[in-house]
Design a protein around this ligand. Structure first.
Ligand code: TRP
Length: 332
C-alpha cells in the first residue's frame, strides 16, 4: 500500500481539447502524477447531459484518451479511464442523489447557465449532473480535485454531501478539496478575453485546439483581441487581451509574467502575437503527432482503457460495497 494522497479529475469529451484544457488542466495533471495517486477520466456520462452525436462522442472519447497519453500522462503511472466503464459510478450516484437536496441542486450556477443555453432540453441529468460528479470524486476517495474555478461550487457540494453521509452513516467518505491551479486555469478566449477559453464558445476563433494545424493556430493568435495601447503589460482589468497572451506565453515558456513583459518591452503587438502563436505551435506539434500515432494504434488504446477500467473498478467496488452495507442493502 502507498500513503500518497489521491487526486481525481476529468474532462468531458464534448468537444476538442483546447489550449485552456491543456494549460489549465492536463499540464498540471502531468506534474501531479509523481506525487499523488492519480485518477484521470474522460467523463462521457457527463457529456450526454446535452445531446451528443453518438459517432462523434465515440471518436472524441478515444481521441481524448490518446491526447491524455500524448500530453505525458502515463497509463502505467496513473489510472486513466473512461467514466462509463465503471458501473459502480451510476450505482453510487443513486445513493448520493438520495442524500442531496433539490434546493441545493437548484442553486448550482452551472445548471442555471446550461439550462438557459439548452432551453429545449433541460433534462433531469443536467440537473443531477453535480451528483454524478460528486460520485466520481467520492467513489475513488479523492483528497484533491484539480478543477477550474467554474467547478468549485460542484466540489463544495460534493463536500456537503460527503459530510452529510458520514454524519448519518459513519466515516466512509474522504472529504475532498478543490485544487485550483494558479495560472493555467485562467486562459481566456482570444476574441472575448473577459470569458474563459471554452470549447463550447460560440466564436470558434476564441479558442485554440490541441489538434489544430499550425497555420490555423497562428491565424487565431494574430487575430486575438488586444487594446488600443502599444505596450505589452500585464493588467487583466484594463488590458484583458494582452494580459491573457502574456499568461499564455508565460505558461508555455516557463517564464514569469514579469520576465515575459521584459522580453517584449518595446516590441509591438504584432511581433508579440506571432511569438505567442509560435510558442503554442511548437508546444502542440509533438502532442499532435503523438496523438495521431496513437490513434493509428487502436489495440494499444484499447489495452490502455481496459487497464484503467480494471484499476478504477477495484477501488470503486470497494467503496460501493461499504456504502451499500452502511445504508442497509443486503449484499448478494
Ligand atoms: N464537471 C467537470 C467539468 O465540466 C468535469 C468533471 C466530471 C469532473 N467529473 C469530475 C472534474 C470529477 C473533476 C472531478 O469541467
Amino acid at each position: 500500500m502507498n500513503d500518497k494522497k489521491t487526486i481525481l479529475s476529468g474532462i468531458q469529451p464534448s468537444g476538442e481539447l483546447t489550449l485552456g484544457s491543456y494549460l489549465g488542466a492536463i499540464k498540471n495533471w502531468v506534474e501531479l502524477s509523481s506525487d499523488y495517486d492519480c485518477f484521470y477520466c474522460i467523463v462521457d456520462m457527463h457529456a450526454v447531459t446535452v445531446r451528443q452525436d453518438p459517432a462523434l462522442l465515440r471518436k472524441r472519447t478515444l481521441e481524448q484518451l490518446a491526447q491524455y497519453i500524448a500530453c505525458g500522462l502515463d497509463p502505467e503511472k496513473n489510472t486513466i479511464f473512461i467514466q462509463s466503464h465503471i458501473p459502480e459510478l451510476a450505482q453510487l450516484t443513486w445513493v448520493l442523489m438520495c442524500h442531496t437536496g433539490f434546493g441545493e441542486l437548484s442553486r448550482m450556477t452551472q445548471f442555471k447557465d446550461k439550462s438557459a443555453k439548452n432551453s429545449d432540453n433541460i433534462n433531469a441529468g443536467l440537473f443531477t449532473y453535480p451528483v454524478l460528479m460528486a460520485a466520481d470524486i467520492l467513489l475513488y476517495q479523492a483528497h484533491l480535485v484539480p478543477v477550474g474555478g467554474d467547478q468549485k461550487q460542484h466540489v463544495e457540494l460534493t463536500r456537503d454531501i460527503a459530510l452529510r453521509f458520514n454524519a448519518l452513516h459513519g466515516e466512509v467518505f474522504t472529504i475532498p478539496e478543490s485544487f485550483i491551479p494558479k495560472i493555467g486555469a485562467r486562459i481566456m478566449s482570444l476574441t472575448s478575453p473577459e470569458n474563459k477559453m471554452s470549447k463550447s464558445d460560440a466564436d470558434p476563433d476564441g479558442c485554440v485546439f490541441l489538434m489544430q494545424k499550425p497555420e490555423e493556430i497562428m491565424r487565431r493568435f494574430k487575430r486575438a483581441v488586444t487594446d488600443s495601447e502599444t505596450n505589452v503589460r500585464f493588467d487583466p482589468a484594463k488590458k484583458p487581451g494582452i494580459s491573457n497572451l502574456i499568461s499564455v506565453y508565460s505558461a508555455v515558456s516557463g517564464n514569469s509574467i514579469t520576465e515575459t513583459e521584459a522580453l517584449f518591452s518595446g516590441k509591438g503587438y504584432g511581433d508579440f502575437k506571432t511569438a505567442v502563436g509560435e510558442a503554442v505551435v511548437e508546444l502542440f506539434r509533438p502532442i499532435r503527432e503523438e496523438t495521431d500515432r496513437l490513434l493509428g494504434d487502436k489495440a494499444y488504446l484499447e489495452s490502455a482503457y481496459k487497464k484503467g477500467a480494471e484499476k478504477a473498478s477495484g477501488v470503486a467496488g470497494k467503496t460501493l460495497r461499504k456504502i451499500y452495507k452502511k445504508i442497509g442493502f443486503i449484499p448478494l
